[in-house]
Design a protein around this ligand. Sequence first.
Ligand code: SF4
Length: 294
Amino acid sequence: MSPLHHPTPEFPAHLEALYRQFPFERSLAQDPLSCVRPLASNPVSAEVAGIFAATLAIGNVTAIRGAFADLERRIGHDFVKLAEPAGAEDVRSALRSFRHRWIRGDQLAFLAERVAAARREYGSLGELFRGGLEEGGFAIGLDRLANGLRGPSGSSRKAPRGYRALFPTPTEGSHSPCKRLTLYVRWMSRSGFPDLGVWPGVPSSELRIPLDLHVHWIAYHLGLTQRRTRNWATVEEVTTQLRRVDPVDPIKYDFVLCHTGISGDCPKERDLRVCGPCVVRPDCLLWRPRRGAS
Ligand code: SF4
């Protein structure tokens, strides 16, 4: 068994330096959040567009942006109307032939119905999440949000095949990192750039890390987790470590860690040309002195 890997005592300063020098604007163009940011001035539009963008956030960003643009065109660029029950039949018809990876138009049309129903009952998806957060913490908030989007299991309007699996929750066996919903909550809640801050009353200190493959790779190699599996326990472990660096806004580092991987700034192997100027190199498992090395 390999020895546990921990970051250096200087890691908080190294991570903060990575954050401060990061080219946010360059990487924002490569992030699905760029689809939603133009709608930030209208919280309803941003909240509804955001859940569709987060649901479509599978695969490379060019395909995600293409799928979102296709969705926008089909619904006449009106996300507020999309979440109104009166237009459900039109939405079903407009999305019939939509496809992005394994996500189908009938699933997105059902999502529009569920968003409308949840907004009618709670006022907003933000309030639905916040109710659970205040009652039992972040995982319960996410569970409420996921179940609100799934809809009641015994309902007469049955969810399309595969729909419920799009919204895993951390309370069901914790096998999933629930990355897309966790990312959605970050977009809506954080007010620091590049997030939208359209959900008041959700403290940044309560957020959890949206653990995609890039974030997990770098978190493991910086010693923020010893876990090789991407599940909810790993989400909690990485978040706890980031709270030690910034207890008020630990998830501000998510964008930077994720896009360090996406952009190619991190080659994910020892490459002195690229790793040379990397400010977290002293903490990186690939560059720590090997046992027995003189
Ligand atoms: S030292 Fe290299 S491999 Fe390690 S995090 Fe930095 S860029 Fe990535």
